[in-house]
Write a protein that binds this ligand. Structure first.
Ligand SMILES: Cc1ncc(COP(=O)(O)O)c(C=O)c1O
Length: 341
């Protein structure tokens, strides 16, 4: 395995299933739409971050850390799962919640992820500058310094691009899991679609697939920043990952495919196609998407199918990266008149 040299904690229930979305495939009348259920990775309501945290926490344990620190938006799934992972491994955990999304109502601050973070008992700090990744990291490192001066052994899981993306290694592993499942189900993959935020998942999966010798296109749906900036971020991260797993020149610019058609009006903000995608998957498949990541990724996939950018009978895999707890922070999803107001 490409990742054998890295420490790993055991947190996820794997493999996650790969299933055909029969009702959606029938309804859209185009390619076969498959779903990789990484919303069901086992820990504390699941999601892609569980695979990532196996490597971060493995690294933390190898350094004898006793306290884990990380940062994210108020409704961050990453923060929820970091707290859960730390609790499972018997570690202390402190999190920083960033005010990234404006105009939200009380539920956003109280339900879903922040509710679960409080339930699991993490110490919480707040940061008002949600767009400043370096600033958020600096504050985390300040907290870590303070903990160190008190005799603790803190381990920071940072947000910005300046650090090695250990979490991506979980998606390098996922690539072989996924391709093996496709082989068992006897189909060839024509494209993979996923939400691309920090780009750790996107970069890891891309490197894993390319390292195994496959040139399957992987589409990262922009949920945090416009396509040009996200493409730079994915390329940078993918090159870091490639180097970590011992490859030179594995990834070039032509491997990077991103699409920001569903980004507006911004991170964590709904739009009509995203709402439709959330409704459609819930009502036709019993699959729960989320407003910030997977709803936008599925809305993009649906738009690509409707505009015939995939051919009939092609096989497209949607990587469901989780996030459904955030639904409870967006009660307007059930209000049919929401976009007419
Ligand atoms: C549900 C969900 N999907 C996708 C992503 C994006 O993953 P990444 O940050 O690895 O790009 C996140 C990130 O927080 C997430 O919570």
């Amino acid at each position: 395995m490409f990742t054998d040299n890295f420490e790993k904690a055991s947190l996820a229930q794997l493999p996650t299933t790969l299933e055909l979305l029969t009702n959606i495939t029938k309804q859209l009348k185009g390619p076969n739409i498959w779903i990789k259920r990484d919303d069901c990775t086992g820990l504390a309501m699941g999601g892609n971050k569980v695979r990532q945290l196996e490597y971060y926490l493995g690294h933390a344990l190898s350094k004898n850390a006793d306290t884990i620190l990380t940062t994210g938006a108020i409704q961050s799934n990453h923060v929820r799962l970091t707290v859960a992972a730390a609790r499972k491994l018997g570690l202390e955990v402190e999190v920083q919640l960033e005010h990234r999304v404006t105009g939200r109502k009380a539920e956003y601050y109280q339900s879903g992820n922040p509710f679960l973070v409080e339930l699991m008992g993490a110490k919480t700090h707040f940061n008002n500058h949600g767009e400043d990744e370096d600033g958020a990291d600096n504050k985390l490192f300040e907290i870590a310094e303070q903990l160190q001066s008190e005799g603790k052994k803190p381990y920071v899981i940072p947000l910005s691009e300046h650090y090695l993306p250990y979490g991506s290694l979980g998606y390098v592993d996922c690539a072989s899991e996924l391709l093996q499942q496709c082989k068992q189900l006897s189909f060839n993959v024509d494209a993979i679609v996923l939400a691309s935020g920090s780009a750790a998942t996107h970069a890891g999966l891309l490197c894993g697939i390319r390292a195994l010798g496959f040139d399957i296109p992987i589409l990262g749906v922009c949920v945090r920043r416009e396509a040009k900036l996200q493409a730079q971020r994915v390329l940078h991260k993918a090159r870091q990952v490639a180097q970590m797993i011992g490859f030179k020149d594995l990834i070039t610019e032509s491997d990077i495919w991103v699409d920001d058609r569903m980004l507006a009006p911004g991170y964590g903000q709904l739009n009509t196609p995203t709402l439709e995608a959330i409704d459609l998957l819930a009502q036709k498949e019993g699959i729960l998407l989320d407003p910030t990541y997977t709803g936008k990724a599925m809305a993009t996939l649906i738009d690509l199918v409707r505009t015939q950018q995939f051919k009939d009978k092609q096989n497209i895999i949607f990587l469901h990266t989780g996030g459904s707890p955030a639904l409870f922070g967006y009660p307007e999803i059930l209000n049919d008149d929401f976009f007419q107001q």
